[in-house]
Design a protein around this ligand. Structure first.
Ligand code: HEM
Length: 489
């Protein structure tokens, strides 16, 4: 009976049948942030017949992702997991349990441990160097930075996962294959970001009113064809040596299929895992760097301050390396500030209440979908002074947030989520974004093709999707500022 429960959290009045779905608008993270202004940091909405609770402050997020994290360790059923991610056989949507634990462990050991990250440090640095050469050869003409950055993150990941680049020589300015791959990842994020009516009103599922399921199935077969090709190629020449260092991830997975002991993944699980890595791990990092460079172009003083720091530590004759990063506190602060204002997954990934629970005196029913509004939390005026201003100094010694990190410990900014389902690739993501930002800042001066004075008017509008895209891709003119030899050949 109803009476035994605390009340549901406050929220906007639902419409019949569809509930609050029509209220979400084109940019749900922004709409939900505005709603939290009226209803508070813990809200309840109805999406169709599903309870949805939204966390929009550090304190509320901490309740869900720390105090009650074990109750929210699953993700809700959704058509993306079903139609794109091989029917939940992947890591991102795996039910919380032994298979999820095994998949995460495999990734941690072979991809994201400190040792694994160090083993592949040269790969990231080489691909970033390839990117700088592509920018030099643009010869002071405007380039689509997002595209080049995406080629770089995809190739760096490709070399670790597959032992080879995904796109040609990596120089890639007008590689149609690279364009297509990025557009596939962006489409996936757009589809995954749609609040699909069929997910919330089961009786309407079969009608696929927004055409989302249909598009997902089509997109899935394009990804699947891409992954099948990779798998077949690889099976032809796997290096059957599990113990060798620097064996690529796919060879390692395939060779353990033929071993008596250890963890074995079947072909579908392997494809699903690769799909996760290539989608979760490429555009997230590259678009964060794009946002960061856009902020620095709008704030030329910050750009030159960062360049000064790099000149002192790295000097004019070489590109930055990952070991320089520890000596670059201002650059590190710039990256933190970029993740704060432009978190690449503004509504994180949804979680689900496995059991009834009570949070801040409110009843959270079993089966509720939890949305954590990462975007709103890191712009909360109660936690941040001048929250909308790009001000890296706040993270510097003596600043208001000097000791705040991005790794899910400080809830006032949690770009990677928090708790047991925190981003699996966080350490790699942070390293890659830092290295790319440091390199672009050190190796080039940046300006806009539209000429002087246009910097303040640079369009910073956010697009729509599970990841935070710029509506207007950043077109920029890079001007090399280092000695010629620094760019190598
Ligand atoms: C800029 C970089 C990135 C950001 C901001 C980001 C953000 C996130 C967020 C918010 C989540 C959901 C966490 C939660 O439910 O609490 C997540 C999950 C995940 N991310 Fe990332 N991510 C980034 C880069 C990467 C990279 C480089 C990879 C892998 C190569 C990756 C792989 C994953 C995976 C596998 C999950 C699912 C984890 C699970 O369900 O157990 N991410 N990420």
């Amino acid at each position: 009976s109803k009476g035994q429960f605390a009340p549901l959290p406050p929220g906007p009045k639902p419409w019949p049948i569809v509930g609050n779905l029509p209220h979400l608008g084109r940019k749900p993270h922004q709409t939900l942030a505005a709603m939290a202004g009226s209803y508070g940091p813990l809200m309840h909405l109805w999406m169709g017949s599903v309870h949805v609770v939204v966390a929009a402050s550090a304190a509320v997020a901490e309740q869900f992702l720390k105090t009650h994290d074990s109750n929210f360790a699953n993700r809700p059923p959704n058509s993306g997991a079903k139609y794109i991610a091989y029917n939940y056989q992947d890591l991102v949507f795996a039910p919380y349990g032994p298979r999820w634990r095994m998949l995460r462990k495999i990734c941690n050991v072979h991809l994201f441990s400190a040792k694994a990250l160090d083993d592949f440090r040269h790969v990231r640095q080489e691909e970033v160097a390839v990117l700088t050469r592509a920018l030099v050869s643009a010869d002071k003409k405007a380039v689509n930075l997002a595209q080049l950055l995406n080629v770089c993150t995809t190739n760096a990941l490709g070399r670790v996962l597959l032992g080879k680049r995904v796109f040609g020589d990596g120089g890639g300015g007008s590689d149609p294959k690279a364009d297509e791959f990025k557009s596939m990842v962006v489409e996936l994020m757009e589809l995954a970001g749609v609040f699909n009516i069929g997910d919330f009103i089961p009786s309407l599922q079969m009608f696929d009113l927004q055409g989302v399921a249909g598009k997902m199935k089509k997109l899935h077969s394009r990804f699947d064809a891409f992954l099948n090709t990779i798998l077949e190629e690889h099976k032809g020449n796997v290096i059957y040596d599990n113990k060798a260092n620097n064996v690529d991830f796919l060879s390692m997975l395939l060779s353990s299929q033929n071993e008596g002991e250890g963890t074995k993944l079947n072909d579908i699980e392997i494809k699903a895992l690769l799909l996760n890595m290539f989608t979760a791990g490429t555009d997230t990092s590259s678009s964060t760097v794009e946002w960061g460079i856009a902020e620095l172009i709008r704030n030329p003083k910050l750009l030159s301050q960062a360049q000064k720091e790099l000149d002192g530590v790295v000097g004019p004759d070489r590109l930055p390396t990952e070991s320089d990063l520890l000596q670059l506190p201002f650059l590190t602060a710039i990256v933190k500030e970029t993740f704060r204002l432009h978190p690449s997954t503004p509504l994180s990934l949804p979680r689900m209440a496995s059991e009834d629970c009570e949070i801040n005196g409110y009843h959270i029913p079993k089966g509720s979908t939890l949305l954590v509004n990462i975007w709103a939390i890191s712009r909360d005026p109660n936690a941040w002074t001048d929250p909308l201003v790009f001000r890296p100094e706040r993270f510097m010694p003596g600043g208001e947030k000097a000791n705040v990190d991005l790794r899910g410990n400080d809830f006032e900014t949690i770009p990677f989520g928090a708790g047991r389902r925190i981003c699996a690739g966080m350490s790699l993501g942070i390293r890659m974004v830092q290295l790319l930002t440091a390199t672009l800042v050190h190796a080039f001066d940046w300006s806009l093709p539209s000429g002087e004075g246009s910097e303040e008017k640079l369009n910073m509008e956010e697009g729509y999707g599970l990841t935070l895209q710029r509506v207007v891709p950043l077109m920029v003119i890079p001007r090399p500022r280092l000695a010629v030899l620094a760019y190598g050949s």
